[in-house]
Every structure is written in C-alpha cells, then in structure tokens.
Design a protein around this ligand. Structure first.
Ligand code: ATP
Ligand code: MG
Length: 599
C-alpha cells in the first residue's frame, strides 16, 4: 500500500519540542515518528513503527541465524523470582514495584534473567537438552533517575534480550561468541558504527563482559581507546602494577612533625623545604593519599572503607563503585561517596588530614592491623617495596619512607583512580585517549549465579545434578532507532540509512495540474509494484515548499518530485543524503529508483 500523506496519521511540527536537547529527540518528534506520553515514555506513530519494525526484523534474523529461539514473557511479573536472586532489593529505586488488589507484590521487569532461568528449569532436565539460547523483543521498565534525550534513555523502552544456557564453561564461551558475532552483524546491517569495549559486569555478577558502544558526542558513557586497538569502558580499564621492589636496603621510615599540612600540596611543599632528597624534588606522586569513602549497600547499610592512592591522582568514585563488590562481598547497586566529617568522627583512628595506612592509634606507623577495623584497599600502583610519604594517623604528623609490604599491608587492591588521557593501555598498545559513546548492546557471561539462586540444574553425563551456566545479552531496540536518527541527520531533518528507512522513496507532487497528480499517483503504484515502499505526498493544497520541507524532515533516502518537468517528460529524483538531483525520463524513473534502493 502506498502511504498517502493526505490520509497518513501524521502531523509534522515546525517547532522543536521544548524538552528536547538532542537532535534525534527533536527530529523524531517533529517528523512525526514518536510522541511523548510522560517523561521517558513515548508513543509510536505509523512512521515510527515502520522504522522500529525494520530494526526488530534485522535483529530477529540475526538471532535466528545463531539458532536462538524467540519467546515472549510478560512485563508484569511477581516478586518471588526477583526475591530469590535478591534483585527485588538490589535494583533499588530503578525498579517499578506495584501491588495487585490483594496486596501481592509485582514489578515491571527491568530485565528478565529470572524468568528465562525458571522457564528452562521448568522444562529441561538433562545435559542433552543443552545448549539452548532463547530471546525476546519486549518492553522493559526502569525508573531511570534522569530519563533523557527522548528514546536514548527511556523509562519504558524495548530491548532484545537473550539468554544462553550451557552445561559447562566452554559451552558458555561458544554461546557468548555466537552472540558477539550476531551483534556485530546486527549493527553492521543497521549501519551503526560500533566500538566493542571491555566492561565490568557490576551488579549482575559474572565474569566476561563487553559493551557495544556507538561513538557519539551525545553519549553518556566515556570510554578510552588506544591507537593499537585497545578499547574499554573507563570503569573497566585495568592498571598494570609496577614490578615489586626489593626493599632490603631501604632506610627506616621516619615520623616527622608537620603541623598545618593537611593537604597533598602543603605536604609536598613541606617535604621539599625540610626533607629534601638527592634524587630530585618530591612530587605529589611520592605521597600516598588515604581517602575515606562511604559505601552504601543495597540493604541500606553504610560501610566505611579507606583507599590508598598516589597523591597525584584523583579518586574516581564510579570506577570504585564498579569494582568494590568483590571487596565488600555483596552484589547489587553499591553507592560510593566521600565519607562525611560525621562518618570520620565515628572512627577515632581516622585523623583527618593525617590518615595513613596501618590505622592503629598506638602504633601509627608500623601497625599492620587497622585498629579502626576498617577495610583498607590500595591502588595497583602501590606494590611491595614502593616508598611513600603519607599520614602518620596522628594530628600534625607524617611519615617519610614508609615502605609498602614492609611497613604496611592492605586488605585488597582496587582500581580507584581516574584514568587519564596519555596513560598507557594495559595491553601495551599505546597511550589512551578518551571518547564518548552510547551503549547499544551488552553481552556478558553471567555464569552460575542466577542458576544457583533459582536452582536451575540438569543431569550431566554421569547422572549427577549440575548447575547450568548462563549468558545474558541485550540490545537496545528503541535506543537504536534514536541512535540511528542521531548519527544520520542534517539541519533539515533525518537522513535514514536504507536498512531502516520508513520507505524507499518519497514521491512529491507539486503544482496544480490534474495531470501532475495523475502521473505521480501512477508512478507511486508502479514503484510499489516493483517491490518498493512508497510514501506519496498527494496533499492537494499544500505548497511545494512545505512538501519539500516535510520530505527532508522525514528523511526517506530517495525523493521523487513530479512537477513542472512533467511537461518535458521528466521527473526529478533526489538523493536525500548527498542532495544530488537528476532529471530522469518518466519511463525510466521506476528502474532508476529501484537501482538506487538496491545499492
Ligand atoms: P545504561 O548503562 O545505558 O543505563 P545498562 O547497562 O543499564 O544501560 P543493560 O541492562 O545492559 O543496560 O541493557 C541492555 C541494553 O538495553 C543496553 O545496552 C541499552 O542499549 C538498552 N537500554 C538500557 N537502558 C535503557 C534505557 N533506559 N532506555 C533505552 N535503552 C536502554
Ligand atoms: Mg549494560
């Protein structure tokens, strides 16, 4: 069916919506693809649905190609499965929770690991049933703190989520790689540039994890890359520890009086003034800064942790947040912030401005046990044999030449400081540079965490019950529509890639003559008969200027204008992306468009 603009349910807007700050949001609303229903919640209009369906079709085809089977779960789910994995609590404020008339707890699913796991548990019981990969394309609900940029971060959005079930780690690796390949093909077909970055699996637990980022300045994710091909989410960048140093000849640590030096800056100045050394000036990198943090657990408990980092580096709370789960032995949403004065006062061993490692009050320097009982973590640059100027856990005192491994120990090592441009990539492929992107897809090896919590077991070859291992894989479908509009637009409107455009050709009839509309209608039918999808602007009393403007705003790749040229037997065919226009004889127009569409 030719889509006739005289009857199509569409109103294009001249004005930008007032709440839109990114181009894709502005243009998708103005061109009549979506309408806002509530913050972060959108309705889909006919043109929008056509694009959305095309994106979904590409995803379905590539999922089918790796043997994944489509199912469909409800979005409205009972609390119990999410209680079993602790996510009812761990998901925090992002979860939409509700009650039925009997007071039973329900949620709107933010993701579906639990349901898939339970379904497989329900129906399968032998290693012979595995591997299996299941997927769905479905609405997800997350009460995002900052819904923004239209479809880019919604509170209701469509995700393709799939889950793989395997008997062993090799199987999981194979399922993971199959999904990785499928994702690369999906984004390739969508025409969306992608950088695959290593990620931290965070709240989900599990091990290997990668994100598919689309590089764009409007992205909220910062990632780093090296010229040699390394790419990682900032949270996932690992620091190569320097080699350990033999400290057998190192001089003993020395406690010195340093009144009024509560900052790294004043400390470096005092050290150079009073304790100069032959090997050059002291710098902030010679100091060990001990930062007191408060970690809020999903249970609401507030735990104080001290992290020791080189004084020339700022702590990065997001990196700590992403990596702290292993140290506090609890998963879920962990919130890390600087401890308040109030927090610090509760621990008499913590002397603000003079905090050192070894948090014993009586033995401020060499005490290896923290009398405060607080967890003490260090940056990977703090290795055995490195020597530091740091606080002596006593007001107005610091210590010089405090040797790691000899004079103090730590409970664990954590990625705690900012990654800087120019830092070396961990795989030695050159200095890092920062870039921005938006997460389009995410794959990770969940492992056995969920299967264990929900008791998903099968009999192995020897008749023994074993827990299956899972992978979890998501693509943001509605986000992909937005990202495509974001990266394919100009000042006039959207410029859809062919793979997802709402139509192949947009026919515009301009002028008053009856014969123009007749010719345009006929051409539209012929184009349709040739297998092309056609929008036909047959509105009788709309000016050519408005029609051209709408065609460019809507963004179909080929625009065919039937107008004045018709008297000479030609129509104008214009490429939306390049702006190139050609006069083509009417008789050759269909073939011309067909060829353009096939490219
Ligand atoms: P983000 O870091 O952007 O919040 P996420 O890591 O929470 O995303 P996942 O749980 O990995 O997201 O979900 C899989 C995919 O779903 C993401 O890669 C993204 O494309 C999409 N997605 C997640 N949250 C949203 C949202 N609020 N709106 C639209 N798409 C989303
Ligand atoms: Mg993710």
């Amino acid at each position: 069916m030719v889509l006739r603009l005289s009857t199509l349910f569409l109103r294009t807007l001249r004005e930008d919506p007032s709440d839109a700050d990114v181009a894709s949001h502005r243009l998708l609303v103005r061109a009549g693809y979506i309408r806002r229903a509530a913050p972060g919640i959108y309705s889909w209009l006919p043109l929008g649905l056509r694009v959305l369906n095309k994106v979904e079709t590409i995803i379905r085809e590539e999922m089918a190609a790796i043997g994944a089977q489509e199912v469909h779960f409800p979005a409205l789910l009972p609390r119990e499965p999410y209680e079993a994995t602790n996510r009812w609590t761990e998901y925090g404020d992002n979860l939409f929770r509700l009650q039925d008339r009997k007071g039973g707890d329900y949620l709107l699913a933010p993701t579906h690991e639990e349901m898939f796991a339970l379904l497989v548990k329900d129906l399968y019981n032998s290693y012979k049933d595995l591997p299996v990969s299941l997927f769905q394309i479905q609405n997800k609900y997350r009460d995002e703190a900052r819904p923004r940029a239209g479809l880019l971060r919604g509170r209701e959005f469509i995700m393709k989520d799939s889950y793989s079930f395997d008997i062993d780690d090799d199987g999981l690796e194979a399922s993971y790689q199959a999904h990785r390949g499928a994702y690369l093909r999906i984004f390739e077909r969508l025409g969306l540039e992608i950088v695959v970055v290593s990620a931290v699996s965070g709240a989900m637990g599990g091990s290997k994890s990668e994100e598919f980022l689309h590089p764009t300045p409007v992205g909220e994710d910062t990632y780093v890359r090296s010229a040699g091909g390394y790419a990682a989410n900032v949270e996932a960048v690992t620091t190569v520890s320097p080699s350990e140093i033999d400290y057998s000849g190192a001089p003993a640590a020395q406690v010195v009086d340093t009144p009024d030096t509560p900052t790294i800056e004043t400390l470096v100045a005092v050290a150079n003034e009073r304790f100069g050394r032959e090997s050059g000036e002291w710098t902030a990198a010679d100091t060990l800064k001990n930062v007191v943090l408060a970690v809020t657990l999903p249970t609401g408990e507030r735990r104080i942790v001290v992290v020791g980092v080189p004084g020339d580096r700022a702590v990065d709370l997001k990196r700590i947040e992403a990596n702290i789960a292993a140290h506090v032995e609890i998963g879920g949403e962990l919130e890390v912030e600087a401890a308040t004065d109030e927090d610090i006062k509760k621990h008499p061993g913590l002397v603000k401005g003079y905090i050192g490692p070894g948090l014993s009050v009586e033995e401020p320097v060499l005490g290896t046990e923290s009398a405060t009982g607080l967890l003490y973590l260090v940056d990977p640059r703090v290795v055995s044999g490195t020597s530091w100027i740091t606080g002596a856990n006593s007001a107005g005192k610091h210590v010089i030449g405090l040797v790691a491994g000899r004079d103090f120990t730590w409970d664990g090592v954590i990625e705690a400081v900012e990654v800087r441009e120019g830092d070396e990539a961990p795989d030695g492929t050159g200095p890092l540079e920062a870039a921005r992107g938006i997460e389009m897809g995410h794959i990770f090896q969940l492992g056995r965490k969920y299967a264990e919590a929900l008791g998903v077991k099968v009999l192995d070859k020897n008749g023994k019950l074993v827990t299956v291992t899972m992978g979890s894989y998501g693509v943001g479908v509605t986000r992909a529509v937005a990202a495509l509009a974001e990266s394919n637009h100009d000042d006039k409107g959207i410029v859809w890639p062919r793979s997802v455009a709402p139509a192949d050709v947009h026919v515009v009839a301009t002028g008053r003559g009856e014969e123009i509309f007749e010719a345009a209608a006929k051409l539209s039918e012929e184009l349709e008969a040739a297998g092309l999808e056609v929008i036909y602007d047959d509105r009788p009393k709309v000016s050519p200027g408005v029609k051209f403007g709408d065609a460019e705003l809507i963004g179909v790749p080929t625009i065919l204008v039937v107008g004045r040229g018709l008297a000479d037997g030609v129509v104008e065919i214009k490429d939306r992306a390049t702006g190139n226009a050609e006069n083509v004889p009417v008789a050759e127009a269909v073939e011309y468009v067909r060829r353009a569409a096939a490219q």
